[in-house]
Design a protein. Structure first.
Length: 301
């Protein structure tokens, strides 16, 4: 499992943390406990006098967490935001603070061994070089007068939808642009994305693709120009925009016509990466999602 989080960042992380036996986190600024930290968990944080005074980290919260049995370490030059939830790692931009919910944040959540190993090593190295805060030290930090900095978060209006992480195999069974409304939408999106090579696929609103494919998902196209000509498969492309025009749903992506292989080779490639389900040119989701990563690695070999 590996996907990008944004608007669902803390809800997804919190749900995963509930199931974890142990949570370890190195997060620069902490004013909220979104991880429901418990005895034996680890929190590495910037708890410098300067950061406490400016409200970046809440000393009262750290004191409460320590009473719960959380092991708290002070790394005054910390700016990273990484979390280890058993064998799942999170690497991203979000501090564990109230302001994080009003900002556009992003993170990758992954259970791939190379990612979790790197995060585990980073946290261990930080622990070794950061002093563990004692109850006496936390009491002194709690005495610091906090002068919170002003924020303009309430003025922000940027909204990010749930980002997809699925891969779809799509045959040329989609609706071509036929109406002026559909064409105008294509022109509008092409201008907004400033992408001259923008392509579009359309599906009926009632189709599985229209209902379940999200922006951020990948599409692998299988195309047969005409009867008797071999089917070709195009390299995965990302869904950049999803819109609805009357009875059709449009998916916009940047064309990539150079990276193409015969359908037979694509079927062999899937077998090489351990995907044994029956493959046709009808629209279907490739499960598990890790197949897409394996395809990417094998495509150019």
């Amino acid at each position: 499992m590996q996907r990008v989080l944004s608007s669902d960042l803390w809800t997804t992380i919190a749900d995963t943390a509930k199931k974890a036996k142990r949570v370890q986190a190195a997060i620069a600024y902490v004013t909220q406990d979104y991880l429901n930290l418990k005895r034996g968990d680890v929190l590495i944080v910037d708890a410098s006098d300067y950061t406490i005074r400016n409200g970046g980290t809440d000393a009262q919260l750290l004191s409460e967490l320590q009473k719960r049995g959380v092991l708290i370490y002070n790394c005054t030059d910390l700016h990273a935001k990484v979390i280890l939830l058993d064998e799942t790692a999170v690497v991203g931009s979000a501090n564990m603070s109230r302001s994080s919910n009003g900002l556009v944040e992003a993170a990758i959540i992954s259970d791939q061994g190379s990612v979790t190993a790197g995060v585990a090593s980073l946290i261990e190295q930080l622990k070794q070089q950061s002093p563990r805060l004692t109850q006496t030290e936390l009491k002194e930090l709690c005495k610091i007068e906090v002068t919170r900095r002003s924020s303009k978060i309430d003025d922000r209006k940027t909204k990010i939808g749930i980002l997809g992480s699925q891969t779809w195999l799509v045959g040329l069974i989609n609706y071509p642009i036929t109406s002026s409304d559909e064409y105008e939408k294509w022109e509008q999106v092409a201008e907004e994305l400033e992408e001259p090579d923008l392509e579009v696929m359309q599906f009926a609103n009632s189709s599985t693709m229209a209902r379940r494919c999200l922006e951020g998902d990948q599409i692998i196209q299988a195309w047969q120009p005409s009867t008797g000509i071999r089917i070709k498969v195009f390299h995965p492309v990302s869904v950049l925009r999803k819109t609805v025009v009357k009875r059709t749903t449009q998916f916009f992506f940047k064309s990539n016509w150079d990276l193409v292989i015969p359908f037979g080779r694509f079927q062999k490639l899937l077998k090489q990466v351990g995907y044994s389900c029956s493959i046709t040119t009808s629209t279907q989701k490739l499960v598990p999602a890790s197949v897409a990563d394996a395809i990417e690695r094998e495509w150019h070999r």
